[in-house]
Design a protein around this ligand. Structure first.
Ligand code: PMP
Length: 407
């Protein structure tokens, strides 16, 4: 397959033309959030200018138009991850809300004292804390799949961890701080052998790899629109029909009901059962435009283009004396974390910023990963298909300059 024409693609992203401190922006913080193509900005603009209206309730034309765009977005998301039905797609405000929704439902319906939730050693806080909170409420506990010094999960530990009292496994597909691609299909396979459902945090996966929920056989999968070139405030929770039917509603309100009296309420069918109140209509429409844009580029082409770029970045970073990679998994995507001997990551990040290079420093909402490596944080450069080798060269030069200034 041909790789992408990056120069042409960059013109689709107005913000990439921005100057910071008088220099062209080098945006390498894509794991935090991606920039938005014009197609997304235009779709949001056109919704508000041309058919802004509430969904599902109106008989009038604008409401019908808004409803059909909102529901078409749901169908598009279902196709994007190859869900069997669009009613398995719940709109949320992001990965975090999707995980909390499932955690809350499991807490109410399934968790008994002594039960376990199994997560991994490299989870984002949003795939730790919600489970910890419901574990605490139910006298249950978290168990953790360990990782090795390269930031690779130790799968040989998995069978012994999948005990009878594990009620759910929740793991990320791609680590936001290490870039590791986890063998989620194998984890799901092993969990299912013991009848245990699995939630995949795909926040860092969907922008980089083609993801097929049926092929993975995931029970739940959560991700965020804003890391997928769409707007903030919109996210997706995928759930298999049988699970969404069984889980209790997350919030009460309009749209999630069938009938309400003061004595009793009956709930709407999924996905509406989980979408109380006016949803993020423009967000769903913007996300659909992002998916169209990505489909046009092709997920396979995106993966190959980014793979090339990551290999180049890894090779060039390795030429810097005193640079130590944090996370060296053979299978990785998106993010590269590193430290420079004797320098605090924050100082490196600040000096890069002054040269127009946007990276992230700190624990990246994965404090247990930092504790595991015994470090305060890392410098993280994270890539999108619109990044170039010239930008990698600027990063390398920027790091060298930071080292000279700080040492
Ligand atoms: N999981 C992972 C792996 C992430 O990288 C992030 C975002 N950094 C989240 C969950 C949370 O996503 P959001 O803040 O969009 O809810």
């Amino acid at each position: 397959t041909a790789t992408l024409d990056i120069d042409k693609i960059r013109k689709d992203f107005p913000l990439l033309e921005t100057n910071v401190y008088g220099r062209g922006l080098v945006y390498l913080d894509n794991a935090a959030t991606t920039q938005k193509p014009l197609a997304v900005l235009n779709a949001i603009n056109s919704y508000y200018r041309e058919y802004n209206s509430n969904v599902h309730r109106g008989v009038h034309l604008l409401s019908q138009q808004a409803t059909s765009a909102y529901e078409a977005a749901r169908v598009k998301v279902a196709q994007f991850i190859n869900a069997a039905h669009s009613h398995e797609i719940v709109f949320t405000k992001g990965t975090t809300e999707g995980i909390n929704l499932v955690a809350s439902g499991f807490g109410k319906e399934y968790l008994q004292p002594g039960d376990h939730i199994l997560i991994s050693a490299m989870e984002h806080h949003s795939n730790i804390v919600p489970w910890q909170m419901i574990a605490e409420e139910n006298a249950a506990a978290l168990k953790v799949i360990p990782m090795d010094d390269n930031g690779v999960l130790q799968l040989d530990a998995l069978p012994a961890l999948l005990t009878k009292n594990v009620k759910l496994v929740a793991v990320n597909y791609v680590s936001n701080s290490l870039g590791t691609i986890n063998p989620v299909k194998e984890i799901i396979r092993q969990a299912h052998l013991k009848g245990i459902p699995v939630l995949i945090d795909a926040a860092q996966a969907v922008a980089h790899l083609p993801v097929d929920v049926q092929e993975l056989d995931a029970d739940f999968m959560a991700f965020s629109g804003h890391k997928l070139y769409g707007p903030t405030g919109i996210g997706i929770l995928y759930g298999k029909s049988n699970w969404l039917n069984k889980l209790p509603p997350y919030q009460g309100g309009g749209d999630m009901i069938k009938t309400v009296t003061f004595e009793k309420t009956t709930y709407n069918d999924p996905p509406f059962k989980f979408e109380a109140g006016t949803p993020d209509i423009s967000g769903a429409i913007g996300l659909a435009a992002a998916l169209d844009y990505l489909n046009e580029l092709g997920l396979e082409q995106i993966r190959e283009t980014e793979h090339d770029l990551m290999q180049y970045a890894l090779k060039m970073l390795a030429t810097i004396d005193g640079l130590r990679f944090i996370g060296q998994a053979p299978e990785r995507a998106g993010a590269i974390s590193f430290l420079i001997d004797g320098l605090h990551p924050f100082d490196v990040g600040e000096l890069l910023d002054k040269q127009g290079i946007a990276v992230r420093t700190g624990h990246h909402c994965t404090q247990p990963v930092m504790d595991f490596f015994g470090i305060p944080g890392t410098v993280r450069a994270s890539f999108a298909f619109y990044n170039t080798k010239q930008e990698v060269d600027l990063l390398i030069a920027g790091i060298r300059k930071a080292i000279t200034l700080l040492k």
